[in-house]
Design a protein around this ligand. Structure first.
Ligand SMILES: NC(=O)c1ccc[n+]([C@@H]2O[C@H](COP(=O)([O-])OP(=O)(O)OC[C@H]3O[C@@H](n4cnc5c(N)ncnc54)[C@H](O)[C@@H]3O)[C@@H](O)[C@H]2O)c1
Length: 334
């Protein structure tokens, strides 16, 4: 099959593109290498992949001869209040609108990366897909908006779209602003770690290999219009997860607490019965095995002289690039 993967230089997208390529598919990656975190990391992620530099919010996406689009490009991160909101609107809503337009016109299936953030402080746990979405971050609102946009294109133009609500994905190449990555980097630097809030907040952590398997299964077998939770089986609090990483690494951290971040929910816990029944998918990787793999990746980068990153470069406020219009066929690989 010939697939387009958007966000292919990012954390989940690069893992997905690699797995699809290894399975014998032809993969065209698309990414504009935003500077939300160090673009050098994205270059590293994209090595060996065919990733074309396109800004989906303005460049043309030509889907001729494509069998499916995995749409993962986005501005991620729940700390999305304030001045950065227009960037979330652009990279999530406007970019997704253009992807959906192109896919509807070409009659191509889209598997879209949504988020557990659409649930906000969920009305019940484990949270089923039918729970009322009530996001508490602008990011979650844009993700819910993208889901609804896909639904409108399905009703109006017969678009074949599937939405996956990922629950906190971790593993090799995790974004440097994300919790486990920050813990790994702090352990590697031998320093201290600031945790937002009490550390009792908990997550359904999902190993990236499991998330990739669910994403491919959705493209291959999900009915049109499906919405699925993609969540790992192990729920852990932030403090429990730090203790686990300390055991795995054989190092300790000096943990201090700073105020809870706006937009961060207290708990996520996925009900995955729907995707399990429909696609036979469930997470296979225990948190302990997944964190061992992630630690090995993170410490391997340090051994190779590549990380941890300069803390200032770890999370940059999103900025809007000024670029000229291009199309997928004219774009160069990276
Ligand atoms: N990582 C998680 O735990 C998690 C959880 C829920 C949902 N998601 C969703 O999964 C997807 C992938 O997340 P990730 O953690 O890999 O993030 P990431 O930031 O590593 O990857 C996203 C990629 O999209 C690219 N991008 C952004 N705007 C673009 C545009 N306009 N045109 C082209 N490329 C653009 C970025 O350069 C980046 O490489 C996102 O849609 C995110 O919202 C992630």
């Amino acid at each position: 099959m010939r697939y387009v993967v958007t966000g292919a230089a990012g954390f989940i997208g690069s893992n997905l593109a690699e797995t699809l390529t290894a399975a014998g598919h032809e993969v065209v990656g698309v990414d504009c290498f935003t500077d939300y975190y160090d673009p050098a990391e994205k270059e590293e992620n994209a090595r060996g992949l065919d990733v074309r530099r396109l800004d989906l919010a303005e460049d043309e996406l030509d889907l001729d001869g494509v069998d499916g689009v995995f749409h993962l490009a986005a501005q991620a991160g729940v700390r999305s209040f304030g001045d950065v909101f227009p960037v979330y609107v652009r990279r999530n809503l406007l970019a997704t609108h253009r992807v959906l337009e192109a896919a509807a016109a070409a009659g191509v299936r889209v598997v879209f990366a949504s988020s557990s953030s659409v649930y906000g402080e969920a009305e019940s746990y484990p949270t089923h897909e039918d729970a009322t979405p009530q996001p508490i971050s602008p990011y979650g609102i844009t993700k819910l908006g993208c889901e609804q946009l896909a639904r409108a294109y399905a009703v109006g133009f017969g678009l074949d779209a599937v939405a996956l609500r990922y629950f906190t994905v971790y593993g090799p190449r995790q974004r440097p602003d994300m919790f486990f990555r920050r813990v790994c980097d702090a352990l590697l630097e031998g320093g201290s770690f600031e945790i937002y809030g009490t550390g009792d907040q908990s997550r359904s952590f999902t190993e990236v290999g499991d998330a990739v398997a669910a994403t491919i299964a959705a493209m291959e077998r999900a009915p049109a219009g499906a919405v699925y939770n993609v969540g790992g089986g192990d729920e852990a609090s932030m403090l429990e997860a730090i203790a686990l990483l300390e055991r795995i690494s054989g190092r300790t951290l000096d943990v201090s607490h700073v105020g809870a971040a706006k937009g961060d929910v207290r708990r996520t816990k996925a009900d995955v019965s729907r995707i399990c029944e429909a696609l036979g998918w469930e997470a296979r990787t225990s948190l302990s095995d997944g964190l061992t793999r992630m630690w090995s990746w993170a410490s391997g980068r340090v051994a190779a002289g590549r990380a941890p990153t300069n803390p200032a470069a770890r999370r940059r406020p999103p900025s809007t690039p000024k670029r000229s219009r291009r199309s997928i066929s004219a774009a160069t690989g990276a």
